[in-house]
Design a protein around this ligand. Structure first.
Ligand code: ZN
Length: 292
């Protein structure tokens, strides 16, 4: 069989899957180590002979977090926090639709770390958080941020549905302090999208917001969350804050324009199929018009 690593990453619109970060690959079945071979041409594909009669193989590998995460040029973790895009930690059988692969995700975080994600938690025991089963599509669409300095802010009033939450992680607690004026503005952002679009298609929405000078800075849109990473002092430095003022509104609008409704060439069956970006002017242009 052939196992493949996600290559064309939604929201990146290009073959940016950080394959160079995959290392220490090991495949086992029935107590045996299975020899595997990387495809000589396609660096994202690994071939393995599975002995007849075996129905399950166990694959493990390490993912380097110090450089080149999808969508950002810098690291995806520091000693205080993690920005986990699940496409970086999965292999799946070649040819399958990402809708047709069911995953039960789990994560073991350092002691004392808290996390935010649109994924629904099933249970937590012995430091391992297990989430509800999801398709691979939903998994890749639902990143997780975690850290030792964490806070969550409610952006919807009590009793209002769906919930809008802001999950913040940073290199220190003061990085996460928000002025009352900013808080009111983010609440207003949520309310105004209700007026602008007239309907909401998600179960709840998480603004994942990372404040660090140690990791790469980016914004990546998803259906039920956005993954936003900025300089450590952004909330406390008016100039930095002004520079990033369009980030959250932009990624939030993408939940409607780009995720709920997506140009045909960008809605692919799995992360192997190339995306065709001739309608990116709608995907990005209309989002800039409405959100920035
Ligand atoms: Zn965009």
């Amino acid at each position: 069989m052939t196992l493949v690593y996600p290559k064309w990453i939604p929201g990146n619109h290009r073959p940016s899957g950080p394959i160079a970060n995959l290392t220490g690959l090991r495949m086992e079945a029935g107590g045996l180590t299975l020899p595997w071979q990387r495809d000589p041409v396609d660096m994202y594909a690994f071939h393995v002979e599975v002995p007849a009669g075996l129905r399950e193989i166990v694959v493990s590998f390490d993912d380097l977090t110090n450089a080149g995460s999808a969508g950002a040029s810098g690291a995806s973790a520091s000693s205080n926090l993690l920005d986990l895009n699940w496409n970086q930690v999965v292999l799946c059988p070649q040819g399958m639709s990402s809708d047709g692969v069911e995953v039960i995700p789990s994560v073991r975080l350092p002691a004392g770390w808290k996390f935010g994600s649109a994924l629904g938690m099933n249970r937590k025991s012995d430091g391992v958080v297990e989430f509800n089963p999801v398709s691979l599509t939903e998994l890749v669409d639902s990143p997780l941020i975690a850290g030792s300095h964490y806070r969550q802010i409610q952006l919807t009033s009590a009793g209002e549905n769906p919930l809008h939450l802001m999950d913040l992680v940073g290199d220190s607690d003061p990085d996460l302090e928000m002025t009352q004026q900013d808080l009111e503005s983010y609440k207003k952002l949520v309310a105004e999208t209700g007026v602008l679009f007239g309907a909401r298609h998600y179960r709840q929405y998480h603004f994942l917001y990372t404040f660090s000078d140690q990791v790469g800075h980016h914004g990546l849109e998803h259906h039920e969350s956005s993954d936003n990473s900025v300089a450590e002092r952004t909330l406390n430095d008016p100039s930095l804050h002004l520079l990033e003022a369009g980030l959250l509104p932009h990624e939030f609008v993408h939940s409607w324009n780009g995720k709920y409704r997506r140009p045909a060439g960008l809605a692919t069956r799995n992360y192997r199929e190339p995306m065709i970006g001739d309608l990116l002017w709608v995907y990005e242009g209309l989002t800039e018009y409405l959100g920035d």
